[in-house]
Design a protein around this ligand. Structure first.
Ligand SMILES: [Zn+2]
Length: 305
C-alpha cells in the first residue's frame, strides 16, 4: 500500500433492477407490502402497532412508500414500533435511518450484519465512497427467538451465506381470520463475496465453494424450520422473487406470468388466498434455492470441469 486506495470494480446495475412503482398491497388481514416492484418493506399489523421487515433501497422510503401506503391501506393511526432488517445490503437498509428518525422505532438486526453494515464493502455509494445513511441498531436479533408485539410474535432464523448475518423471519398471518404461517427469506442466493482487506475492497467475480455450501446449508435450515412450524406462505423482500409482483420488465429470460399481486386484486369473496402455497409450495421454493446453491458449489469445486 502506498497510501492510495484502489477503487473496486463495481458492475453497472442492469436496467431490470431499476425501481418501477407499484401500488401498496394488502396480502393478509395483518400483512402489507410497501415498495416498488424490485424491493420493499413488509408491514405486519400487530395489536401494538406495525412491525416492518426491511427498509428498501430508497432513503426516502418512509415518505415515498410507507406513509402513503399506510394511508391507502387505512393504517394511518398505527404506530411503527419496530424495523427488522434482514441483511446489510443497501437495498434493504437505505430507508432505515429516516424511518427511525421519524418514528423512534426499535431497529433490529443480527450482530454480524450490524457490523457488516458499518465495515462491509456495501456501506458506500459506488466508486465515490459516499457513505450510505445507516440506522442505529438497538436490538440484536437472535436465532430461534420470538420477538413479541402484542398479538404477534416474529421468530428469527439465522441464515448466513448471502451476507455474514443474514436473517429470515417466520410469523403468523391471518386471512379473513384464518391462521397461516409465513416465512420471509432474507437473502435469495449465493452472493458474490465482498472481500475487504487492507483498506481495499473488491468484488470477486467467482463465488467461492464455501459460500455456496454455506448458503445451501442455510436454505436447508430454513426448510427444516418451515417444516417444523408448518409454514404455508413464502415471501422475499424482493417481491418478484417470490412471484408477488411481476418480474421487472427488462430482466432477460424471465418467464411472463400472472403475479400474485394481480391475483390478489382479482380475488373474489370466498376464493382462497393465492399467496398461500401450503407447506409443499414453501418446500419447493426452498428446494429450488438449495439446488441452485449446490450447483454453484459444484461448479466452484473443480470437480465439474
Ligand atoms: Zn442482498
Amino acid at each position: 500500500m502506498n497510501g492510495t486506495i484502489k477503487k473496486p470494480y463495481m458492475p453497472p446495475r442492469p436496467e431490470w433492477v431499476m425501481a418501477e412503482p407499484i401500488e401498496p398491497i394488502k396480502i393478509f388481514d395483518d400483512l402489507y407490502y410497501f415498495g416498488n416492484k424490485a424491493v420493499g418493506t413488509y408491514a405486519i399489523k400487530t395489536s401494538e402497532g406495525l412491525v416492518l421487515i426491511d427498509a428498501s433501497d430508497n432513503v426516502n422510503a418512509y415518505d415515498e412508500y410507507i406513509i402513503p401506503g399506510m394511508e391507502k391501506m387505512g393504517l394511518s393511526g398505527e404506530k411503527i414500533r419496530a424495523l427488522f432488517i434482514s441483511h446489510a445490503h443497501h437495498d434493504h437498509y437505505l430507508g432505515a435511518q429516516r424511518i427511525q428518525e421519524k418514528t423512534n422505532c426499535v431497529v433490529g438486526m443480527s450482530y454480524e450484519d450490524s457490523a457488516f453494515m458499518v465495515y462491509g464493502a456495501d456501506n458506500h455509494e459506488g466508486n465515490n465512497y459516499k457513505p450510505y445513511p445507516i440506522p442505529m441498531v438497538n436490538l440484536l436479533l437472535e436465532d430461534g427467538k420470538d420477538y413479541t408485539f402484542g398479538d404477534h410474535a416474529i421468530r428469527v432464523v439465522f441464515t448466513p451465506g448471502h451476507t455474514p448475518g443474514c436473517l429470515s423471519f417466520t410469523f403468523d398471518v391471518h386471512d379473513n381470520g384464518e391462521k397461516h404461517r409465513a416465512a420471509v427469506m432474507g437473502g435469495w442466493g449465493v452472493n458474490r463475496p465482498y472481500i475487504y482487506r487492507n483498506g481495499v475492497d473488491t468484488i470477486s467475480v467467482r463465488q467461492s465453494f464455501d459460500d455456496a455450501v454455506l448458503f445451501a446449508s442455510t436454505t436447508l435450515k430454513l426448510w427444516t424450520r418451515c417444516e417444523e412450524e408448518g409454514c404455508d406462505v413464502y415471501l422475499n423482500p424482493h417481491p418478484y422473487l417470490c412471484g408477488l409482483t411481476p418480474p421487472p420488465a427488462r430482466r432477460p429470460g424471465m418467464p411472463v406470468r400472472v403475479s400474485l399481486y394481480e391475483k390478489l386484486k382479482e380475488r373474489k369473496d370466498g376464493e382462497p388466498n393465492p399467496v398461500v402455497v401450503r407447506l409443499e409450495g414453501v418446500k419447493a421454493a426452498l428446494s429450488e434455492r438449495f439446488n441452485a446453491a449446490m450447483k454453484t458449489a459444484l461448479s466452484n469445486s473443480g470437480l465439474a470441469e
